[in-house]
Write a protein that binds this ligand. Sequence first.
Ligand code: HXC
Ligand code: NAP
Length: 285
Amino acid sequence: MEAFAKDLLKDKVILITGGGTGLGRAMASRFLQLGAKVAICGRREDVLEKAAEELSSADGSEVFPQRCDVRDPGQVHNCVDAVWRHFGRIDVLVNNAAGNFISPTERLSPNAVNAVLGIVLHGTFYMTLEVGKRWIEQRLPGTMLNIVTTYASTGSGYVVPSAAAKAGVLALTRSLAVEWAPHGIRQVAIAPGPFPTEGAWSRLSPTPELEAKMLGRVPLGRTGRPEELADLAAFLVSDAAGYINGEVVTIDGGEWLRGAGQFNDLAEVTEEQWDRLSELTRKGK
Ligand code: HXC
Ligand code: NAP
């Protein structure tokens, strides 16, 4: 099913951090199909080059790969500079690079905390500054899309550096939506639920038991498909979403609503048990 006009993103220059794998790569692929020019960055040059080659040959358009560790402001500057020179400008920045793993918080070392906060919060901030300053100086409009998570709003145990960092990114999104709107700069975010990418699953759902538990939490009974997130991203960065600013859109099959409700686990009660419970509760017996 084709959701969009083929030229929805025609000639938009889009830089995707972490665009060589997982959801970043799925977005790159969709943006290319819709006419965009795409640059991807990450730490692993071999991964980026392979992805760029495969994406380009699938679509016939050129993908520009740039090695960059978003934790280092110098590398962020050089990366944005190289993309800007290559394509002549940047229209959309997608802050998608992330680091995460499950761990009881009391087991974390300061280095572990720094690793996640450095990628997610500082990396997103450095990229946002580097691109935003150019847009403001050159009086160019632009759109920033930040990939957060549903627990950016609710918090979550066992992924606390990620939860704290993503909450910071959400605050950045909402704050700049107001401050930079007069410059024609729009901020949007996506909060995904579980999407089984290699990067996320190997660090967050490393056993069949944990995977089954994850699936069991989703009311729609399945994990997300990367193309579904990529379609949402394409809409949000397109001119069709020009009046959406500062919004975070959840794509999680209803997972967080279920997790948040105190009685959601009553999903396990059988019909027979409900018959009995209904008797018990009618007159507060
Ligand atoms: C405890 C850990 C750990 C673990 C690393 N550390 N993994 N501590 N449990 N599983 C500690 C190390 O011991 C070290 O501390 C510190 O963290 C840094 O580790 P390094 O391996 O040196 O760091 P680095 O090479 O920079 O790697 C960063 C990383 C790694 C975040 C640790 O996992 C990574 O590269 N991730 C990128 C991809 C990713 O995470 N994708 C998932 C995104 S999914 P010491 O003190 O020993 O030096 C997501 C949302 C999912 O974000 C939501 C699902 C519903
Ligand atoms: P992924 O494949 O592991 O993606 C993470 C990407 O970030 C990788 O390409 C990685 O490349 C890059 N990266 C990590 N550290 C970096 C650094 N310091 N500098 C530059 N790039 C760096 O995982 P994913 O599932 O696609 O995640 C993509 C986004 O979706 C993340 O923001 C994640 O938090 C979010 N999300 C995912 C899920 C899910 O279930 N999959 C759920 C909620 C939110 P290198 O290692 O080569 O640097």
